[in-house]
Design a protein around this ligand. Sequence first.
Ligand code: HEM
Length: 514
Amino acid sequence: MELQLPSLPIVFSFFLFVFILVNILKKSAKTSTLALTLPPGPWQLPLVGNMHQLFGSLPHHALRDLAKKHGPFMYLRVGQVPTIVVSSPEFAKEVMRTHDAIFASRPRTLFSQIMLYDCTDIAFAPYGEYWRQLRKICMQELLSTTRVQSFRPVREEELAKLIEWVASNVGSAINLTERIHTSTYAITSWAAFGKKSRDLEEFISIVVEALKQSGGFQITDSFPSLDFLALISRERPKLERLKRRAERIIENVIKEHKENKSAKESGKSGRDEDLVDVLLKFHNNDDLGFSLTSDNVKAVIWDIFTAGSETSATAVDWAMAEMIKNPRVMRKAQDEVREVFRRKGSVDETGISEMKYLKTVVKETLRLHPSAPLLLPRECGEKCAINGYEIPAKTRIIVNAWAIGRDPKYWTDPESFKPERFLDRSIDHKGNNFEYIPFGAGRRICPGISFGLINVELPLALLLYHFDWQLPRPMKNEDLDMTELFGVAVRRKDDLHIIPIAYDQSLVGKSQER
Ligand code: HEM
């Protein structure tokens, strides 16, 4: 039988048609008000918002404004996807405690399918046995307290470099934001990959680019039934290119680790175990009852690196910015840090547990500026009812931790930076108090809390101990602009340019001798 191939004009017309259709969809999404089509079932929530507000991205402050008008349990329809935005501690508790198992899945997105090897990482794996096993490895092996402590020399060495660099620049304005990010990424990289990661800078640039992509709106994610959109999306080739670049680096790291393992077994290498070593124990190894493929290992490495670095670095940056804006808080934190380090006779992380005020500064920073203000999205696994509203399966759930942390019903003077509010309130980071959930809550709560917190507390303690800080003239502390840059992790719009003044003079001398 002779195969009839479509002629060129037909192929061209087909692609032209698809192109026009996609553009019409995009355009109408940006401008028109949404038709009130409710999913089947006794759905009772009012449908809020129009597509113009919803497309582009879903910034946490815009969602709070909508919630003020329409209530803390708000139904939006983003393209084809029914979406609920939760903006009160009561409803957050319903989702993340009362019905936690039902809402423990994540939606599949173009990003997680491409970059995370078809959602086989920890953060985007669907709720089920595979995720449970990965999570167990994460809690018991990758991010256990012992493991986090084992990275102490890594933190101390990297942060010593940070302090030396600042000391070599006393008296002049430095871009502290940039340097904090470099140090935090270096700590995660060292913990994950081992010390020698020659491609670190390239890997960081890939991660930063990928985080930008994951924060933006992908039309394909909002029209899941239109499969062809994923095939022709402009984002797809961009993500695939990023993935190929990242993959080359991760594969090299894995190869080096396998070689080192052989060297270690033959007694030639005394290297400490890093996170890749831990994951490789499960690589194609059925003896441990759970085995990971190469792609699974790569997906988890990607998770640790992205989830672990940007979040902590952003928190340090916000804390410094808030303390510059509130010199009274900075002075009080400095007094405490200096007293503890002096009394102990050493400037290292053993003193951190005694720095009660510094810990409240970190809590207050994460209340006002949670690194992931909308947490990570959840998906309803099966039909259920909350407060009389029926939620169909596959509904996407967004919890606005940022709005919850500023809810005037729970927080006095919520927009002000007042760490003292935590001194007489026993609120922890473990997701037990739903008015404060910067790490999420329930089954999907962040497994990296201890690693994340020490990566925020230690650099802050060192920066406060060694230096006093001033804004370049004629800027006044109270004028510091706190505008946010929207993304998955929310950075300040402007980098923090400040002048370090040496407190510990011996350090300045030391750095000048080099
Ligand atoms: C200040 C630091 C950090 C903050 C504010 C933070 C915040 C969060 C939040 C809000 C979530 C979503 C929780 C939910 O859906 O309920 C999350 C999940 C996650 N975080 Fe963190 N995180 C931080 C540090 C880290 C670190 C250091 C790591 C690992 C090295 C990490 C690994 C993860 C992973 C793997 C998940 C996904 C968990 C799952 O879906 O089961 N995070 N984090």
